[in-house]
Design a protein. Structure first.
Length: 176
């Protein structure tokens, strides 16, 4: 390494991956919607989310390709398990507060939406807010659109701004 050269290294990156899906290949049906989470948004989180075999295969292919890209710097081969899938229906200025997921990676599919209302918080958001920070961003406001899927580390805190008449599909992934 040249002692006179400035070297920049990325510490503790929080990488996310975005991929546009063909929603005509993803048939999702929700049963047993209940008001869940502190916001009381209607969701199938504790109910049933059904996908036909073709939809499951399509979703797994898309997740595999996306995870391949995210995990490339860390491992060449992996197996993953999608262990939860649920639907959120945002109806009348519904929202979700700050939260994380109990998994390795999570995903959100913007299934029916006029725009994205998801906001990601920096893992050091509280520290940045407690200082006179004017340099580092502590939130990332997304611009995802209908058909987009975002895959992100499950520890990445996020929340959803109040919105109406939108549907997202979320899920959790364990890397084996």
């Amino acid at each position: 390494m040249d002692d006179n050269k400035v070297n920049i290294k990325s510490l503790f990156p929080n990488e996310i991956a975005i991929k546009h899906l063909d929603l005509s290949k993803l048939k999702i049906e929700g049963k047993e919607f209940q008001e869940t989470f502190e916001s009381k948004v209607k969701t199938t989180y504790n109910g049933k989310t059904l996908l036909d075999e073709n939809s499951i295969n399509y979703l797994k292919e898309q997740l595999k390709e996306t995870l391949d890209n995210l995990l490339k710097p860390y491992c060449k081969a992996f197996v993953f398990n999608v262990f939860e899938i649920w639907i959120n229906k945002y109806e009348d200025n519904d929202y979700q507060g700050n939260h994380v997921h109990p998994a390795d990676f999570s995903f959100i599919i913007y299934y029916k939406t006029d725009k994205s209302y998801t906001v990601f918080n920096s893992p050091v958001k509280n520290l940045l807010e407690s200082t006179a920070n004017k340099i580092f961003k502590f939130q990332y406001e997304t611009d995802f659109k209908e058909g987009d899927m975002v895959v992100f580390p499950s520890y990445l805190e996020h929340w959803v701004k109040p919105n109406s008449n939108n549907i997202t599909v979320s899920g959790n992934i364990k890397i084996i």
